[in-house]
Design a protein around this ligand. Structure first.
Ligand code: GLC
Length: 439
C-alpha cells in the first residue's frame, strides 16, 4: 500500500479518490448571452433585459443521456451540474421560487433528467449550488452584485434580509437532497468575506460563513445525506479542497495543520465555465491529458467543465475535447483509476510523471516528452519485475546500472538506476505510459 495519510473527511471520499476524474457542467440562462456565466455581473445587465433570457430559455435539444454517454466514454466517473448558479435561476422544480426551468418555455425539471441519465450510465451525481444569488430579493447588494453601480443601489438594498435568504438556501438544498435520490457531491460556491466596499460603498459587505449560516446549512445537508462530499467554499472545511483554474505543483495541504487533504482541481476546456461562443482559448489535446496525469501524480482529482449551448447540446469543441480523453483513457485509464502519488522513493525523470496504484504494486511512468532510445529511472534497479507499454501491453526491455553503449562505466550513482530501452518511434498515443510491475 502507498503510505499517504490524508485528513479525515466527514463524507465518504473512498470512491472519489479511486475514480479521480469527473465532469463539471455549467448550464443556465447565461448560455443564451453565450459570453460567460458572470455576464450579468460583467455587463451589469438590468433585470428586465436579463428576463429576456428567462423568457427565451428553451433548450429543445437537451439530452442528458448524450452528455452522460460522452462523459462515460471520456472516462469520467462522476458529474457535477449547476442546479443554480450566481444568476439565481434554478434548473429544478423548486417550490420556493418562480425563477426556475419549469416556468420557462423549457418546462422541464432538468436536474431530474440529469440525475436519471447519469445514474443510468453508471456515473455518480453531484450538485453545484451557488451561495451567491443575484436574483433573490433578499440577497443584499455587494461588490459582486449586478446592481452595485445602480444610482439607487442603496435604496434597492433596503429591506433585504440575508437571514431569509439563508433559510431559502436551506429550503432549496432540502428539496435537492430529498427529491432526487442519493447525491454524491455538493459543490457550494463561493465565499468572499474580505471583499468589502469603501467610502460611499462601505455598506456593501463581503459574504462568508455567517451570511450563509454555513453551520446550519452544512448540518441540514448532513442530516439528509450523511455521506455526501462537500467542498470548502462555504468557509467551513468539509471534505475536499478545490483549487480552480491552476495546476497545483504538490499535494494540497491543510492551511493550518499541514495535513494532506482530499482535493479536486476544477478546470475549463476553454476560458469560460458557461458556454462562450466567441471564446477561443481552448486547451490543446496534449495539455488536457497532461493536466489529468499531473493532477493524479500529486494525489488529486480533476473536474473538467463543459458549458452546453442554449439549445442544450455540447458544442463541437467540447465534444472534440471529450473525445481526446476518450481516446487516451480507453487504453491508459489503469494509470488513473485507483492510483495516487508515487511513494517518495520514486522520483520521476524530467518531463515525466509517476502515478502508483494504491496497493503499491504498480508504478506508471507517463512520458510528457518522448526521449531518444533510453530513459534512466533513478533508484529503481532491483525493484522492477517487468515493464510494458500500457496502451498495448508490449514489453519494454530494461537493464540496470549504466548504459553500455561506450558510456563511462563508473557514472556516479548509476548502479541504482534502471534503464528503459524505448522504440525510436513514439507510440501512437498523446502521452505514452509505461507500466512497471514492482517486485
Ligand atoms: C468561480 C466562478 C464560477 C464558477 C466556479 C467554478 O467561482 O465564479 O462562475 O462556477 O468558479 O469553480
Amino acid at each position: 500500500m502507498t503510505s499517504y495519510i490524508t485528513r479525515k473527511t466527514p463524507g465518504d471520499t473512498a470512491w472519489f479518490t479511486h475514480d479521480r476524474f469527473g465532469m463539471f457542467i455549467h448550464f443556465g440562462l447565461y448560455a443564451l448571452p453565450a459570453r460567460h456565466e458572470w455576464i450579468k455581473n460583467m455587463e451589469e445587465i438590468p433585470e428586465d433585459k436579463y428576463d429576456l433570457y428567462f423568457k427565451h430559455f428553451d433548450p429543445d435539444l437537451f439530452d442528458p443521456k448524450e452528455w452522460a454517454r460522452q462523459a462515460k466514454a471520456a472516462g469520467m466517473k462522476y458529474a457535477v451540474l449547476t442546479t443554480k448558479h450566481h444568476e439565481g435561476f434554478c434548473l429544478f422544480d423548486s417550490k420556493y421560487t418562480d425563477y426556475k426551468s419549469t416556468n420557462t418555455p423549457c418546462g422541464r425539471d432538468l436536474v431530474r433528467e440529469y440525475v436519471d441519465a447519469f445514474r443510468e450510465a453508471g456515473l455518480r451525481v453531484g450538485f453545484y449550488y451557488s451561495l451567491i444569488d443575484w436574483h433573490h430579493p433578499d440577497f443584499t447588494i455587494d461588490l459582486h452584485h449586478p446592481r452595485r453601480d445602480d444610482p439607487d443601489a442603496f435604496e434597492q438594498n433596503q429591506g433585504r434580509d440575508m437571514k431569509r435568504y439563508a433559510q431559502y438556501m436551506r429550503d432549496q438544498l432540502t428539496e435537492l437532497l430529498t427529491n432526487y435520490g442519493k447525491i454524491d457531491i455538493l459543490w457550494l460556491d463561493f465565499s468572499y468575506s474580505d471583499l468589502n466596499g469603501t467610502g460611499d460603498r462601505a455598506w456593501m459587505k463581503g459574504k462568508g460563513k455567517d451570511d450563509w449560516e454555513s453551520e446550519k446549512l452544512i448540518a441540514t445537508v448532513r442530516s439528509l445525506q450523511p455521506d455526501i462530499i462537500i467542498d470548502n467554499r462555504s468557509e467551513i472545511d468539509q471534505d475536499i479542497w478545490t483549487p480552480e483554474q491552476y495546476q497545483p505543483m504538490q499535494w494540497v495541504t491543510h492551511p493550518e495543520t499541514g495535513e494532506l487533504v482530499t482535493w479536486e482541481a476544477c478546470q475549463t476546456f476553454s476560458g469560460s465555465w458557461g458556454y462562450f461562443r466567441d471564446e477561443q482559448t481552448w486547451k490543446s489535446p496534449e495539455m488536457l491529458i497532461r493536466m489529468l496525469v499531473n493532477t493524479v501524480s500529486i494525489g488529486g482529482n480533476l473536474l473538467m467543465n463543459v458549458g452546453p449551448t442554449a439549445r442544450g447540446y455540447l458544442d463541437y469543441r467540447a465534444e472534440e475535447a471529450l473525445q481526446v480523453y476518450a481516446d487516451w483513457m480507453k487504453y491508459n485509464s489503469r494509470s488513473i483509476y485507483g492510483c495516487t502519488m508515487a511513494e517518495p522513493e520514486f522520483t520521476a525523470p524530467a518531463d515525466c510523471r509517476y502515478t502508483q496504484s494504491a496497493d503499491g504494486s504498480r508504478l506508471y511512468l507517463h512520458l510528457f516528452a518522448y526521449p531518444f532510445a533510453h530513459l534512466r529511472l533513478p533508484g529503481l534497479a532491483g525493484k522492477v519485475e517487468y515493464a510494458q507499454f500500457l496502451h498495448d501491453a508490449s514489453e519494454v526491455l530494461f537493464t540496470e546500472g549504466t548504459v553500455d553503449h561506450f558510456s563511462a562505466k563508473n557514472e556516479k550513482g548509476a548502479e541504482d538506476d534502471l534503464i528503459l530501452y524505448l522504440p525510436p518511434v513514439k507510440p501512437h498515443t498523446l502521452v505514452p505510459v509505461i507500466e512497471l510491475f514492482l517486485k
